[in-house]
Structures are given as structure tokens and as C-alpha cells.
Design a binder for this molecule. Structure first.
Ligand code: PAF
Length: 284
């Protein structure tokens, strides 16, 4: 039976009682409209924790003024059924009023790691992500928290924040889950038109081809150009960025260290992101 908690007070009390029993709490933060990517996070949380808590909250502070906050897909009964099947012990599903009763104007400013890639076109996105995550960590009080690598920049920003601010939670990276044709699973995929859905797997194909080209000696500049050209040729989307950076610092890439080849593609109503990680020569 999955317990559904809507208030901060009840969530805190339940968490404190579990902690008092010596239980570890694995936490999966989500914005709902669950798919297999979220369920992979739950499976990993089960593997390392005694109890699994999932939050479902579409966080307004991480959306820009002209972004898809209002149209973001929401269906709590559907999510609750999927979470129950996956063995989630508790869903924390607060209202916006519960999470943000007042705004004192204090913000977390994540710095350069949040300014390129998605941060370049969504300048306040990661401020909002860290704001809500700090609140959620303080409410759920997890021992471990699980994040999908589709949002690889988010993982890098959260890991850096947790390290720099000594937030007492262990962060776990979970690999991307893909559709059979390669498209990375995302709650936003439901908003793709039939034609866009047919085109979208080209994004992963282009990234994979870019990774292979890089590994066989093509220059980073040429690789980025090739990825952008293939996506522009095979989809009707507009490239927001194609980046090749060190991972997870998101600094200058070097061959000996892990790198990320990542892109964002804007379709009329959906923005898709995807990435591949390339092992450094030191790790092969
Ligand atoms: O990745 C997401 O779904 C969100 O950014 C998160 C981590 C739940 C914060 O709102």
C-alpha cells in the first residue's frame, strides 16, 4: 500500500519516525507523469534503501515565463497506480501553496556550472531546481536521492550543490532509459505530434554517431557540427545547443577525462534534451 502525504508536517513526522527506527530512506524526486525512467530510479532506490519515498510536484520556480509549466502533463491517480506497482512506500504530493506559502526573495545561485547548456536558454531554471530540492531534502530527510542521467546537467549541478553545501544526502546517478527506437524517455514526449515522434529518435542517432566520430579522432568542433547537421537534416526541430564538455564539471573537455556530448532540440511545443557520456582515455 503506497501512502500519499500532502503536508510538510506529516512528511517530516513520518520520515523522522523511520529515521528513529534506523531505516534508510531512498528518495526519488519527480514532477510526475511517470515513465520507465522514473521507475528505474525507484528500482535503484529499492536496491540501496529500506524505504522508498517519491515526490510528485511540478515546481513552478524552475519554469521560465514562456515555458510549459501550465501544460506540463499531470495525472496523480495514474502516477499513484504506477508507483504502487513499483513498490514505492510513500508519495509526497504537496500543493503549490503548501510548498510556497510565501516568497522571502532568497535564491540559490548555482554559478557557471548552470550557465551553459540548458542554463544558457533557461537562465533561472537551475536556481529553481536547487530551491525546490533543498526544500524537499529538508522535508523528506532522505539518506540517498536518485537522479536520471537524461538530465545530466541537473545531476552535475545537484552533485556540486550537495558537495559545496554539505547537504547530508548521497546522490546516485541512474542511466537513461530509452524507447526501443532510442528516444530518451521523458514525460514531455506525450506532447510530440505523430510526425515529431517519428523524427525524434534521430537525436540519439546523431549523438551516437558523434560519439563514434570523436572516438575515432574527429575534432570536438567538427563533431558538434556533424551532430547539429544530422539533427537539422532529420528533424523539424530547431537546435538550441550541441555541446561537448567535461563531465561532471562542465568545464573545458580533455581526452583523458569523461566528457558529455549533449543537445537540446526545440519543437513547437516540446523541448527535448539528450546526451551521451564518453569515457576518458584514463578510464578505458
Ligand atoms: O528532474 C525533475 O523532474 C525536476 O527537475 C526535479 C528534480 C523533480 C525538481 O523539481
Amino acid at each position: 500500500m503506497t501512502r500519499i502525504i500532502e503536508t510538510i508536517e506529516e512528511m517530516r513526522e513520518w520520515s523522522a519516525s523511520l529515521r528513529a527506527e534506523g531505516k534508510t530512506i531512498g528518495y526519488v524526486p519527480t514532477m510526475g507523469y511517470l515513465h520507465e525512467g522514473h521507475l528505474a530510479l525507484v528500482a535503484e532506490a529499492h536496491r540501496v534503501s529500506d524505504v522508498v519515498v517519491m515526490s510528485i510536484f511540478v515546481n513552478p520556480t524552475q519554469f521560465g515565463p514562456n515555458e510549459d509549466f501550465d501544460s506540463y502533463p499531470r495525472d496523480l491517480p495514474r502516477d499513484a497506480a504506477l508507483a504502487a506497482d513499483a513498490g514505492v512506500d510513500c508519495i509526497f504530493a504537496p500543493s503549490t501553496e503548501e510548498m510556497y506559502p510565501a516568497d522571502g526573495g532568497i535564491r540559490i545561485v548555482p554559478g557557471p556550472i548552470a550557465q551553459q547548456m540548458c542554463g544558457a536558454s533557461r537562465p533561472t531554471h537551475f536556481d529553481g531546481v536547487l530551491q525546490v530540492l533543498l526544500k524537499l531534502f529538508n522535508i523528506v530527510s532522505p539518506t540517498d536521492a536518485f537522479f536520471g542521467l537524461k538530465d545530466a546537467q541537473q545531476v552535475a549541478v545537484v552533485e556540486t550543490f550537495v558537495r559545496d553545501f554539505n547537504v547530508p544526502v548521497r546522490i546516485h546517478r541512474v542511466p537513461i532509459v530509452r524507447e526501443r527506437d532510442g528516444l530518451a524517455k521523458s514525460s514531455r514526449n506525450v506532447h510530440l505530434t505523430e510526425q515529431e515522434r517519428k523524427e525524434a529518435p534521430a537525436i540519439y542517432r546523431a549523438l551516437q554517431a558523434g560519439k563514434e566520430a570523436l572516438e575515432t579522432g574527429m575534432s570536438p568542433h567538427e563533431v558538434k557540427r556533424q551532430v547539429a547537421t544530422e539533427i537539422e537534416r532529420d528533424t523539424s526541430g530547431t537546435i538550441d545547443y550541441v555541446e561537448l564538455l567535461d563531465y561532471p564539471s562542465l568545464g573545458e573537455p580533455t581526452e583523458d577525462r569523461e566528457r558529455i556530448l549533449a543537445c537540446a532540440v526545440q519543437f513547437p511545443t516540446v523541448r527535448l534534451i539528450d546526451n551521451v557520456i564518453i569515457k576518458g582515455s584514463e578510464q578505458r
